[in-house]
Design a protein around this ligand. Structure first.
Ligand code: SF4
Ligand code: SF4
Length: 350
């Protein structure tokens, strides 16, 4: 059973939203504070989460990483205690936060806990980014990046992609490269939370294929870009395969890559609720009533999702065991976790 779940990656990623508090005003946020409430994880629950995670890793004999996020984790009144407890358990930590609280004192605290990665968002060049995240935020982000670099903390840039900024993604990659940033990733905007109002801003499958192709070409032409750009979206798989940059074995019947739902990741919300992925709002348990291991192994929802043959639109695709599209996107758009990934051009016969 365990081997069927943990197949292609020996690292388990836990995305932990310790608070919903946030000073940001981003248009596309998947978090909707008016729905989720302004809540912090209490310290008893926080310790239980860390203890449960240590137990899960030892049962699966895996390495693990906790991505501490929010809201803005710096707005949690006991962030230092939480980080101290995670670090005392020798678990790798990264922070996914805002830039408003990235000052010298806070960066020093991260450094003291041995944290070597902090994710910041850049959603376009200055005017586009500021239109999305608020006036002055771009400048504040560039300053935060320098403060992080000064303490040897890697600023990992995240770009949330939609119709309103898609024309600037390549420019932002260049900006990262020119500013000594070593990690760039992007996620497609999911029409969820506040982002629901932006469903018209989703990019078309054909345009998405173009963007992914351009990014792969860029990484092939320039090795620096190859190390900089993460290719975590499952839909990179068909592009990489068509360009013969990865090998697909049509006889393979084991999950090798793609969407990690039910495989090597979970997300926890501030009150201890567990969801398969932050973008898929299906609560599968609560760490206050059972263990993380039990939720991961026995959740009915996760076990249903693990049956990838249920993804009818992907069932006959040669990339089924390598891709499966984004199930959260399918759920947000069609209300069906096994539905079409609306940005897959192959499902649309393009
Ligand atoms: S049909 Fe499914 S598995 Fe195939 S490329 Fe599209 S999303 Fe990926
Ligand atoms: S549902 Fe989408 S965002 Fe979540 S793990 Fe799968 S591909 Fe990633």
């Amino acid at each position: 059973m365990k081997d069927n779940i943990i197949q292609h990656n020996r690292r388990f990623n836990l995305q932990w939203h310790i608070t919903h508090r946030c000073k940001g005003t981003c248009w596309h946020c998947y978090n909707d504070i008016s729905v989720t409430g302004c809540l912090d994880c209490d310290l008893i629950t926080a310790r239980k989460i860390v203890d449960d995670f240590v137990d899960l890793l030892s049962r699966f004999d895996m390495d693990g990483k906790i991505h501490v996020t929010g809201g803005d984790p710096f707005l949690h009144p006991h962030l230092a205690s939480i980080l101290e407890y995670i670090a005392s358990n020798n678990i790798e930590i990264s922070i996914m936060g805002n830039v408003t609280e990235v000052n010298n004192q806070n960066v020093q605290m991260l450094h003291d806990f041995g944290i070597n990665e902090y994710q910041v968002s850049i959603d376009g060049m200055q005017s586009t980014h500021d239109a999305i995240r608020g006036k002055g935020n771009f400048e504040m982000t560039m300053q935060a990046i320098e403060k992080l670099k000064a303490q040897n903390i890697i600023p990992a840039v995240m770009f949330t992609l939609h119709r309103l900024n898609q024309h600037e993604i390549i420019k932002v990659i260049g900006l990262c490269n020119n500013n000594g940033i070593k990690s760039f990733n992007f996620s497609r905007m999911i029409p969820l939370g506040k982002g629901k109002k932006l469903s018209q801003a989703m990019i078309s499958p054909l345009r998405y294929k173009d963007i992914l192709t351009n990014i792969v070409d860029l990484t092939e032409e320039n090795r620096e870009y190859c190390n900089l750009i993460g290719k975590k979206d499952p839909l990179f798989i068909p592009i990489l395969a068509e360009k013969k940059l990865i090998q697909i074995n049509p006889e393979n019947r084991k999950i090798c890559s793609g969407c990690y739902l039910g495989i090597n990741g979970l997300t926890i919300l501030p009150k201890g609720e567990v969801v398969p992925c932050r973008r898929l709002p299906l609560i599968i348990g609560n760490v206050n009533t059972t263990t993380l291991y039990n939720i991961f192994l026995n959740s009915k929802t996760l076990n249903t999702i693990r049956n990838i043959k249920k993804i009818v639109p992907c069932k006959k695709c040669i990339y089924l065991y390598y891709c499966r599209g984004c199930r959260a996107m399918a759920y947000a758009v069609h209300g069906d976790v096994f539905g079409i990934d609306p940005q897959c051009w192959l499902q649309r016969g393009i």
